[in-house]
Design a protein around this ligand. Structure first.
Ligand code: PA5
Length: 447
């Protein structure tokens, strides 16, 4: 199972200081499970892994099979929590160069994303890519009113109706949204799309184990049952009845809060496997949106090592000491590549001949850990046994659970995101959206 090592935070926080937070972490864990803390209407994710039924999984798999049959590209439309979880799992478990693979040799279609930005060039080039290809689409929005995915869906829907006709387009589109509210629900019902419901009590960034994440993940040919199984294992291992000494989620939450109290205001999630880049993006949203409020919260950042050792590595080693680092390490790679010998040895690398590339990477990881600890950056290490559905399921639930505990320890509501509205108000006023007439002049005057 996933392994957590906090021993290299000792230079910044003593065992006694973490011990002091042990009670607070246990209390936050109890509050989560009792459902009497802030934002307790949004605790549906807490028992999600153990409550997903075989019938739910079967429906997701059957729908994914239908969306994928004879299809080259599945376009998944969504933003924030309606995007990042699926993207993280698909990138972690798919071939790095999936887009370049011969599709005739692959069982699953290529999954591409839209609606996670308002990039005109992005959309143009996506639509250009879809021309002449067999396409299906999953549109995801819990509120059903978010501008970015709605805009992208308008364009994709138009393309699909023109390409396949309205009747066939509707068979190729699935909507994941609220059971009753929002423009997407209204449209899906009117158009007759197959739909999946995002439970009322599961917020966007905690929704990867609902159809929001599971349907796109299944389309990519990934075993969603094993993913949920891994999460269910972690649910059991981090329950209210599991004491602090054994409860990895409570320990991680306690240590990061102890570091925060010591002025470590930025947590850098570092990976040594580029497949985990989007796991970090998902994690940044999960913690950043959950904790960054009321003038408080650890700022979440991420780096891909060793790539970023040649850029941000300088800052981490030597810059302002307000950082701590959490390293995501994978014990076993999927593949093996061995360094070949070279008779001329012009690059001087013959000392590595016969060694696995992963051994070089691992020594880089251990060397970096020591260097950063010596440079005053406390280090938390999370080790996954491998990159598999099961391990990622464990990791997802571990981070979600620790996030709930950590948010309560910090004293915020980890399940809302009031700050996200500010840019929307200004954007709508600038775009002269009906209903924003009063704000428009004032906002324009300030630009
Ligand atoms: O975590 C959240 O709630 C947000 O990041 C949302 O997921 C994001 O804003 C997208 O919202 P929606 O699914 O309603 O379109």
């Amino acid at each position: 199972m996933l392994h957590l090592d906090v021993s290299k935070t000792a230079g910044a926080v003593s065992a006694a200081e973490v011990q002091l937070l042990q009670g607070k972490a246990a209390e936050a864990l109890r509050t989560l499970h009792a459902g009497n803390g802030k934002g307790s209407d949004f605790l549906g994710w807490l028992h999600l892994p153990t409550s997903i039924s075989a019938a739910d999984i079967a429906d997701i798999k059957a729908t994914a099979a239908k969306l994928s049959a004879g299809v080259e590209v599945v376009v998944v439309i969504g933003i924030g929590g309606s995007y990042l979880g699926a993207k993280a799992v698909i990138d972690a478990l798919s071939h790095t160069f999936d887009a370049l693979q011969d599709r005739s040799k692959r069982k699953s279609p290529l999954v591409l994303f839209a609606g996670q930005n308002i990039g005109e060039d992005y959309l143009f080039e996506l639509m250009e890519t879809l021309q002449g290809k067999s396409v299906s689409c999953i549109v995801i929005s819990k509120s059903g009113t978010t501008t970015e995915p709605a805009l992208a869906f308008r364009i994709i829907k138009n393309f699909m109706e023109q390409t396949y006709g309205k009747g066939e387009a509707k068979n190729r589109i699935v909507a994941v949204t609220d059971k009753a509210r929002g423009a997407l629900r209204t449209m899906a019902d009117k158009e007759g799309y197959k739909t999946f419901v995002i439970p009322d009590d599961v917020g966007g960034r905690f929704s990867v184990l609902t159809p929001v994440g599971l349907l796109p993940i299944a389309c990519a040919g990934i075993d969603v049952a094993a993913l949920v199984q891994g999460a269910a294992e972690m649910e059991k291992c981090t329950g209210a009845d599991v004491p602090f000494e054994k409860n990895l989620a409570a320990q991680y939450a306690a240590v990061r809060n102890a570091l925060y109290a010591k002025g470590k205001k930025v947590e850098v999630l570092a990976n040594f496997n580029p497949k985990l880049h989007f796991v970090a993006e998902w994690w940044k949203q999960l913690y950043g949106e959950s904790e960054g409020k009321d003038g408080k919260g650890i700022f979440t950042a991420s780096v891909d090592f060793t790539t970023d050792l040649h850029s941000l590595g300088q800052y981490v080693q030597d810059g302002e000491r307000m950082l701590f680092e959490t390293v995501l390490s994978v014990a076993k790679t999927k593949h093996q590549v061995t360094v070949p010998p070279d008779t001329e040895n012009l690059d001087g690398l013959n000392f590595l001949a016969g060694k696995r590339v992963d051994e070089v990477n691992r020594m880089a990881e251990l060397g970096t850990q020591l260097a950063h600890v010596d440079g005053g950056v406390p280090n938390i290490r999370i080790e996954l046994p491998d990159l598999s559905e099961r391990s990622l399921g464990e990791l997802i639930y571990f981070f979600e659970k620790a996030c709930g505990i950590s948010g309560y320890m910090l004293g915020v509501n980890p399940f809302d995101q009031p700050g996200v509205e500010a840019y929307k108000k200004n954007m709508f006023a600038l775009l002269e959206k009906p209903g924003y007439e009063k704000e428009t002049a004032a906002i324009k005057a300030r630009i």
